[in-house]
Design a protein around this ligand. Structure first.
Ligand SMILES: NC(=O)c1ccc[n+]([C@@H]2O[C@H](COP(=O)([O-])OP(=O)(O)OC[C@H]3O[C@@H](n4cnc5c(N)ncnc54)[C@H](O)[C@@H]3O)[C@@H](O)[C@H]2O)c1
Length: 328
């Protein structure tokens, strides 16, 4: 299955750029479509001469249609990611999500592209009914008035459209639901970068060796399962090679960690000690998240990067690149 022409939307994003890099190394001809609203050209610097980059807005039907011309498959990742945007710009999250999938599906139909890979999310479950959670758990929007669900709502719509168009007009539609992906240059609106940068700021103001008072949202007992971006990409490649038409696959790890433990591990990576101060949880935030990944494991997927290995270089990247953080 080598040597395909592949369009990756959201290809200068955190996951998109890692996927694009891998696809190029595997011998594919890759075109990237992104408006760089959160995409960063630096992430593609090493392969910039090996790809075609199209700057455009996924909400623009003509631009998306033109970007799809001449490709064999589309990997649709463009989306507004970052928890703080779910609360501050829910209308934009939905507009990009809904118009994005409509334009991608129309473009594929018009240009005769039969293969589509869609990035969905663990947020389609909101509060999952069981842990670990498998792909059959119901997708829900518990409260349309809570802006947080703009993100999961847009992903549910995207999945429904991809599946129902996929059944009629595509040869192969594959959907992956990533669970808390991390790594260097992952963006700034996520828990690991926020912890790392707050720790750096506090460490600079603290007497040497004294513990840092470290407030967090929630009780600290909430859990997440952090998947290294290299494992995520490996999962997408596995799914692409072996996944079934209309198949939905979790990509993540079963290594579950509490937020309190995560804060301690980030502190350790920074050479600091902390005193945790717990607080309120954001409305709509879920208590536990850990995927059942056995469906993809059956296709040969195996996460390789433990958090103990992947976290220190990630934290280091944020300490060394703190000046790239958006100034508020
Ligand atoms: N990072 C995670 O842990 C995670 C978890 C679940 C799902 N996902 C999904 O995986 C995909 C990639 O996520 P990511 O972490 O790389 O996020 P990201 O924000 O780094 O990447 C998304 C990309 O989409 C682009 N984009 C946004 N609006 C656009 C528009 N109007 N037109 C064109 N491009 C636009 C951004 O510039 C960015 O490069 C997304 O669909 C996201 O929802 C990510």
């Amino acid at each position: 299955m080598s040597g395909k022409r592949i369009l990756v939307t959201g290809g200068s994003g955190f996951i998109g750029s890692a996927l694009v890099t891998r696809l190029v190394r595997d011998g594919h001809d890759v075109r990237v479509f992104d408006d760089n609203s959160r995409g960063r050209p630096r992430r593609l610097a090493e392969i910039e001469n090996d790809i075609e980059f199209i700057a455009g807005d996924i909400r623009d039907p003509q631009a998306v249609d033109a970007a799809i011309e001449g490709v064999d498959e589309v990997h649709h990742l463009a989306y507004v990611n970052g928890t703080e945007f779910f609360y501050s710009a829910p209308e934009l999250v939905l507009e990009v999500g809904v118009k994005g999938i409509v334009n991608v599906l129309d473009g594929c139909k018009h240009r005769g592209v039969g293969t589509l890979i869609l990035a969905s999310s663990s947020e389609v479950y909101q509060t999952p009914p069981q842990i670990p959670t498998d792909e059959r758990a119901p997708l829900i929007v518990p409260d349309p008035l809570n802006p947080r669900y703009s993100y999961g709502g847009g992903k549910i719509i995207s999945e429904l459209m991809a599946i129902n168009y996929g059944r009629k007009f595509f040869e192969r539609v594959l959907i992956f639901r990533p669970h808390n992906v991390y790594g260097p240059d992952m963006g700034f609106e996520h828990v690991i970068p926020q912890f790392a940068l707050r720790m750096k700021k506090e460490a600079a103001q603290q007497a040497r060796g004294a513990p840092i008072l470290f407030p967090i949202q929630g009780s600290g007992e909430e859990t997440r399962s952090f998947c290294h971006v290299d494992d995520l990409v490996e999962g997408v490649i596995r799914m692409r090679e072996k996944g079934k038409h209309l198949g939905i696959y979790h990509i993540g790890t079963t290594e579950e960690i509490s937020i309190a433990d995560l804060a301690s591990k980030v502190a350790l990576a920074c050479g600091q000690t902390i005193d945790l101060a717990t607080g309120d949880t954001l409305p709509g935030s879920t208590l536990r998240r850990c995927p059942d990944i056995s469906k993809l494991v059956k296709l040969g997927y195996k996460p390789r990067v433990a958090l103990a290995e992947g976290l220190p270089p990630t934290v280091r990247w944020y300490w060394e690149n703190a000046e790239l953080a958006p100034q508020s």
